[in-house]
Write a protein that binds this ligand. Structure first.
Ligand code: GSH
Length: 331
């Protein structure tokens, strides 16, 4: 990992395509420069890299451009997919995901636009599109009713790609959505996203971008982790032993795995003692791992903890070879 320039994301706060792209960047631990645009006055810098003129557009450090939201999601998940949203190795789940995302793109969005903005479609009938969209939602609801998610027992890319559009549908008529007994599983499913602790970060407001102003970071409360100073992690000795056998360490913090939390908690040197006192003081055989951040390949981001302090987080497994030193920690 090197301190190369951050990707640039052209975004529009309320756009469901931009929302799903930001959601996946947020959860993959990716820091970007966010350029909020106005759809009525798209910046020439964006049109130059993506003449089709839709948001989101992601411009990577090497200049390559990704201008379809679903491709941005795939790119983000390639950087880090701690919850296995791509259902690696499960061809049938992947096929189901593709079918659902295609149905949203080709059919649901068509009815959503006409249900929500009927004034833009003279001669068309709002009721017909309401009914047609609702039938799709009923089918999605039946899937969610089985295990809580669109596919199987875990959240997948399909849930993440679809919820911003279901949110938009609800916004068009919240009363009928909330009162519909045929959508009860989906009402709960949607609330999981809207009440998620990251929703506020996702929907933070940015002033429209102007090249003369300083760049804004997304997530706005995060920052880059310097790569020229070591990072630290307190580990139980048995967990570190297991990591040496497998080649990577996948514990987030005491009692929680990477796949439960989504990232590994790290510290800077002056934060280690307080972390030990809070979480490890009664544990036997605690090791202090010293990590070379330049050897990490998954995204690293400094994020605000509940106490307001910034901590480095690693969004992926910690490779054993990135650990420069592992020694018993005691006060
Ligand atoms: N297929 C694109 C669609 C993106 C899209 O249509 N975005 C809308 C905003 S929600 C847009 O930029 N529209 C251009 C305009 O209104 O001028 C994607 O998935 O990224």
């Amino acid at each position: 990992m090197s301190n190369c320039p951050l990707p640039i994301l052209y975004s529009f706060r309320r756009c469901p395509y931009a929302i799903r792209a930001r959601w996946s960047l947020l959860h993959a631990g990716q820091l970007v420069q966010l350029r909020e645009i106005e759809l009525k006055a798209k910046p020439p810098q964006m049109l130059e890299v993506s003449p089709k003129g839709t948001v989101p557009v992601l411009v990577l450090a090497d200049g390559s451009v990704i201008d379809e939201s679903i491709d941005i999601m795939h790119w983000a998940l390639k950087q880090a997919d701690p919850f296995d949203l791509l259902c690696k190795g499960d061809a049938s789940a992947q096929q189901e995901m593709t079918l659902l995302i295609d149905e949203q793109t080709a059919t649901f969005k068509y009815h959503l636009d006409r249900f929500k903005y009927i004034d833009r479609y003279p001669g068309d009938s709002k009721d017909i599109h309401h009914q047609a969209g609702r039938e799709i939602l009923y089918r999605w609801n039946e899937r969610i009713a089985v295990n809580g998610w669109l596919i199987g027992e875990r959240m997948s890319l399909a849930d993440q790609a679809l919820w911003p559009f279901v949110r938009q549908w609800r916004i068009a008529d919240p009363k009928s959505f909330d009162a519909d007994p045929g959508l009860s599983a989906m009402q709960h499913w949607l609330r999981r996203f809207l009440e998620d602790q990251s929703f506020e970060r996702l929907m933070a407001r940015f002033s429209p971008w102007h090249p003369d102003q300083p760049e804004s970071l997304f997530p706005a409360d995060s920052s880059a982790v310097p790569l020229d100073q070591p990072l630290f992690h307190l580990a139980l000795s048995q967990d570190w032993q297991a990591a040496q056998d497998s080649g990577s360490y996948q514990v987030s913090t005491r009692g929680f795995t990477l796949s439960q939390v989504g990232f590994i908690h790290l510290s800077w040197l002056d934060q280690v003692k307080a972390t030990f006192d809070r979480f490890y003081a009664d544990a036997a055989d605690v090791l202090l791992l010293t990590i070379d951040p330049a050897c990490l390949t998954n995204p690293l981001r400094a994020e605000v903890a509940a106490n307001g302090e910034l901590f480095p987080h690693l969004f992926g497994p910690l490779p054993v070879k990135a650990v420069m030193d592992a020694r018993p920690y005691s006060q």
